[in-house]
Design a protein around this ligand. Sequence first.
Ligand code: TEU
Length: 540
Amino acid sequence: TTDPDWWRQAVVYQIYPRSFADANGDGVGDLPGIISRVPYLVALGIDAVWLSPFYPSALADGGYDVDDYRNVDPRLGTLDDFDRLVEALHVEGIKLIVDIVPNHTSDRHEWFVEALAAAKGHPARDRYIFRDGPDGAPDQPPSDWDSVFGGSAWAQTDDGQWYLHMFAAEQPDLNWQHPEVRADFLDTLKFWSDRGVDGFRVDVAHALVKDLSEPFPSKAVLPRQSESYGKHPLWDQDGVHEIYKDWRKLLNTYDPPRSAVAEAFVPASRRARYASADGLGQAFNFDLLQADFEYEKFRQVIEANLALAEENGSSSTWVFSNHDVVRHATRYGLPKNPKGGWQDGKDWLLSNGTEPTVDVALGLRRARAATLLMLALPGSAYLYQGEELGLQEVGELPAANLQDPAYFRSKGAEKGRDGCRVPIPWTVEGLSFGFGPGGAHLVQPKWFGAYSVEAQQDDVESTLSLYRKALAVRRGLRTGNSLTWVDETDSVLHFTRPGGWQCVTNFGVAPVELPDAAVVLSSGPLDGDKLPGDTTAWLI
Ligand code: TEU
């Protein structure tokens, strides 16, 4: 029997399936590849895998454009392979969370194909958001709204009508007022839950419900997505929680109840709604991901999020990297952004030839310190494949190889997110560095081999060894939500956890005295018995 609260303190490892391990040699990672690497996941010591979309897809947005929610992309395997993956993970006590993409389907989903084939005004179009252009200007979009990837959020069909897409044009937004849409997603949740899936990561959870009353307000008067407090027609509408209440009822019919985590870019004060017990239960907090590597910022973010989680009976989440942002080992090696904050590093990866030089050693040193700090915090930690190798963002992908719609829609002004999605190096040498018997769908740079699993697994100083040790120690210690601050200066973050577990991070430059206890792990070498700058130590 499983603890129904397993997700509260879990270490969840995100797999971007096309770039993890390729069993059949077609250059694209697949489910059999993941199965072959289960021993690696066991040795790493994670509690759960979060699998990014593996559904049939034309890959207009890396699989977040789903053709069929209850199937496996044939390039990635079959439903039988999926069942074997669940089994292989469960035998080892590892849970499986799958990604669910309810805001939009792909343009090849049978509903959208049907909608396009139907005449204007036909009910088949009601599952999406079709509108005419303005009176007198039907070839203008119904509003001036932009899609997240740039350009208009409306695309015109052959018969002149427009449909809304908040992301790529190949990702038409669903109409969540439609009862069939609501019913169908409940069927999808049931489908995967019945197959043994333990939880769901809900893509753009704050987007589903829209206020489409006309006239549409101009973007000039709209608040930013992340600060809309229910006042933006497209984001964080209160009505969205009715959907998640229905989902929760269904998920709670399983034993143990299936977990869910919302990806919602909302202010901290609105996050609790997504994380409530009668809603999804947990919501990502991207505050650390967006913070500079600075004492004050970290302290404030940690305090605020622990307070929030306590208030609504959820547990906090922590994350530094995922498939949408520049890897944190690279972000932390960038010169400080004069506009304030590394944010997701995007400003620094414009493809206009002005990229700053990355201080790789500094970035890695800080990434290791930040990770060790994160893993000592109460709540669940979400890791992204490759960060346990200290992998850097790949900045030198050839333009012809780029896949991300953010790149195309920005007309090449932004490199997009492919640099963190390059297939993982397993071996020091060889075709695709052991990713598979074929090539790799995104070109791996020459320096990748030095970051490979093979290069690191027997090196006690390696980042992989640090992650393995940290997860093993954490496993024995994590309990409850309590954390006590013992900071004494404004550059050293120091807290204790139950069981005498202490975590100290030196954000300053000068080495500092460590408390009088045994060091069990440190993110880098100590300076005698002092803790150097940009380093974290655990003591008991
Ligand atoms: O991301 C939602 C989202 O808004 C972020 O993608 C962010 O704004 C974007 O990365 C900036 O470039 C989710 C998925 O994580 C992402 O991969 C998908 O592209 C997106 O939804 C659409 O499904």
